[in-house]
Design a protein around this ligand. Sequence first.
Ligand SMILES: Cc1cc2nc3c(=O)[nH]c(=O)nc-3n(C[C@H](O)[C@H](O)[C@H](O)COP(=O)(O)OP(=O)(O)OC[C@H]3O[C@@H](n4cnc5c(N)ncnc54)[C@H](O)[C@@H]3O)c2cc1C
Length: 390
Amino acid sequence: MADSDVLIVGAGIVGLATAIAAHRCGHRVTIVDRHHTPIGASIRNFGMIWPIGQPSGPLLDLAMRSRTIWLELANQAGFFCEQSGSMHLAYREDELRVLEEFIATEGEERRAQLLSPEDVRTQTPGVNPVSLLGGMYSPLELNVESRTAIQKIWDWIAAQPGIELISGFEAAHIAPNRVESSDGRVREGDHIYLTTGSDGVTHYPDCFPSDAFTPCKLQMMRTIPQPGGWKMGTHVAGGWTLRHYDAFADCPSLPQLKERISRELPEFDIHGIHIMLSQHSAGDLVIGDSHVYGDAITPFDDDRINHLILKHAKQLVDAPSWEIDKRWHGIYLKRTDGRSLFVDQPEPGVTIINAMGGAGMTLSFGVADLVIRDPDTAIANFGSRITQSV
Ligand SMILES: Cc1cc2nc3c(=O)[nH]c(=O)nc-3n(C[C@H](O)[C@H](O)[C@H](O)COP(=O)(O)OP(=O)(O)OC[C@H]3O[C@@H](n4cnc5c(N)ncnc54)[C@H](O)[C@@H]3O)c2cc1C
């Protein structure tokens, strides 16, 4: 008999979500990670559970399923998870127009509202009111402190009967039913899930042609805890973010907005910058981000990028302190065809789940739930073998 029904390689959010989904279905689960604590993309993000960015249809459904599971799990595993909501701010007419168009078609389904500058400040007191034209409030987004939450999920999982978490296990050889570590340990499982994040392309390289996937590097910063108990309110996103998420892709005024930003801020295009802020439980602001792809990625962070991010973050939020306590970057894997994730079975008994790009925190629980319960639909909708968009 195999050590487990389900053997998962990689304990970032995708692997953890897969472990939880399989365990909830009654499977015996083993999850291994090469590190002794989580250090991948899953602890380096904003912690924004961000349904507002997902287009209506299957992806929004997965995000909403994830949202439910995040709330349940936060309760069980005991980590900070706030129903913060989000505010997209408009300081320019074209930003307001895109938000109006979005609200006209999607507002009701998403319970999102367009607010006046005064109402924006009531909902999100930390917003900078200078030149503010309005904002879109959405109540659905969650705020998770990923650097502590992922470790809490590790600890919680390790304590569950029926789940075994093995840290310090670097999977070197993967075959159906069997994973061998670089130091010769072997674990067996009836079905293997590879959730190895941006490093995952080394296994089954044929599934990851270099023109179909690209790594993406993002620079981030965190302030000291804001003095005097100052609260921003909701997550905050600027008008530049409207270019970034597929949810807004069909807004008729988006092309003009993109053209204007490219003209006024070419450096935003060069470094893939758009500005978002979240505030975590100790009062610190997490600020980002930039997007640098493929061969342009270097191990060294670029201070000019951080300077640009900070300069524009200050236009959105009126925080009492911008003293930066931490700077870092994270890397995720992304598909180059614009689709949102990758699920495939390279051979019987092995499933790859990867390439959620900038939405892994938002989608993972929903995706894992679908993959475990209905792998054929997951592969049909999100695998490499079909070409129609979901
Ligand atoms: C800066 C930044 C900000 C982001 N902000 C958000 C956000 O606010 N909201 C959102 O939804 N998403 C966000 N994302 C995206 C999200 O963080 C990622 O999509 C997600 O974390 C990817 O999870 P993962 O489990 O695939 O990867 P990882 O977290 O990198 O986990 C992969 C794991 O696999 C392990 N591993 C790799 N190879 C092996 C091996 N051979 N053997 C054993 N273990 C192995 C690694 O040690 C690692 O722990 C952001 C990403 C970044 C980088």
